[in-house]
Design a protein around this ligand. Structure first.
Ligand code: SAM
Length: 327
């Protein structure tokens, strides 16, 4: 039986990554980034390889014609190989954003952001899966910026963007340190949840903890708002417990002062390991001249996405909300 385009790409990424892993002692994810680079540049960039390995890899790359695949096919295949690599060992906080979440964020960003061309920031870009899903599903001219502290994940994101032909500017740094970027029209971020270890830097933030470590997800929200233009929209994947923590009071105040809450969509619990791990999509708009609050925020508990009828009902409620609040 003939392989589907995604299977063909998966097989190429997987087999060539394993070869590089074995030859050079890389981790699977490092080897994946390297093989992606090779494929993008159309040459083998690792100088330490044996002649035999170079021959074998060249043959494998020559059998794939990247231009025959759509960006979505490339993203999905790359997503599957990354998932395989992440099974080995990845902290829960560094996990890739799942497809369903990415699709919802893409749908929402496409509905909220009206400009024909805009600048988008993902300050926790990771492997780039969320950002690429958004870029692949919004047919507008988007110039994107991605930042991540993890060099291997950022390299995967860079390869992901290159292979799919998206011009994204990447920065490998702590996003809570000063960011040297122009203000953006929108932010998408699957926030890393936990304590931020750098108390000295945290002290610069309004949302710092009064004592002990601050929550990095709170600081990420503040940093993202700071870098957004007035009227810009921000889409955060947040833990459901965001507004129930010991530091939630300050966060409420910050939100009231700087943004208008547009919506809170709770993702189905079945998507997560347990209730504590469950997440929502939180949508806000930065305040500015002429920007007003929606009549009411869009609040919904999303059903299991495979439940077609329930999902259609929610989507039609969302459409109605847009007509009443945004058109
Ligand atoms: N959306 C990403 C994707 O599709 O792969 C996944 C985001 S993951 C849930 C959170 C990311 O935040 C991780 O990639 C982690 O490396 C990054 N991160 C954590 N703390 C950070 C910091 N202080 N500055 C920049 N990135 C950070």
């Amino acid at each position: 039986m003939e392989m589907s385009p995604i299977e063909q790409l998966f097989t190429l990424f997987n087999e060539t990554a394993i070869s590089l892993q074995e030859e050079l002692g890389y981790s699977y994810l490092e080897a994946l980034a390297e093989t992606g680079e090779n494929l993008f540049h159309g040459s083998i960039l690792q100088e330490e390889l044996s002649e035999l390995a170079v021959k074998r890899l060249s043959k494998q790359y020559s059998e794939i014609h990247l231009e025959r695949f759509s960006p979505e096919e490339i993203r999905r295949a790359f997503q599957l190989v990354i998932l395989k690599g992440m099974k080995e060992n990845v902290q829960p906080n560094h996990q890739m954003t799942p497809d369903t979440v990415g699709m919802l964020v893409a749908y929402l960003a496409g509905k909220f952001i009206k400009e024909p061309s805009f600048r988008l920031l993902d300050p926790a870009v990771g492997t780039g899966n969320l950002l690429m899903t958004v870029l692949n599903h919004i047919s507008k001219e988007i110039s994107a910026v991605g930042v991540d502290i993890d060099d291997i994940l950022l390299k995967l994101a860079y390869v992901n963007a290159n292979l799919q032909g998206h011009p994204v500017q990447f920065f490998n740094q702590d996003s809570l340190e000063p960011l040297f970027i122009d203000p953006v029209d929108g932010v998408v971020a699957d926030l890393p949840v936990g304590y931020y270890p750098n108390d000295i830097r945290a002290a610069e933030y309004q949302l710092k903890a009064e004592s002990g470590h601050s929550y990095s997800h709170h600081l990420f929200i503040e940093q993202s708002v700071l870098h957004t233009k007035p009227g810009g929209y921000l889409f955060f994947v947040i833990p459901n417990s965001l507004f129930e923590s010991d530091q939630a009071g300050k966060l409420h105040e910050f939100i009231k002062d700087h943004v208008f809450v547009q919506g809170l969509l709770q993702l189905p619990i079945s998507m997560f390991k347990n209730t504590q791990a469950a997440k929502s999509i939180f949508i806000v708009q930065k305040k500015g001249e002429g920007i007003t609050a929606p009549k009411q925020a869009l609040l919904a508990n999303l059903p299991n996405l495979s439940k077609r009828q329930e999902m259609d009902k929610i989507l039609s409620e969302i459409e109605t909300w847009f007509k009443e609040n945004k058109d």
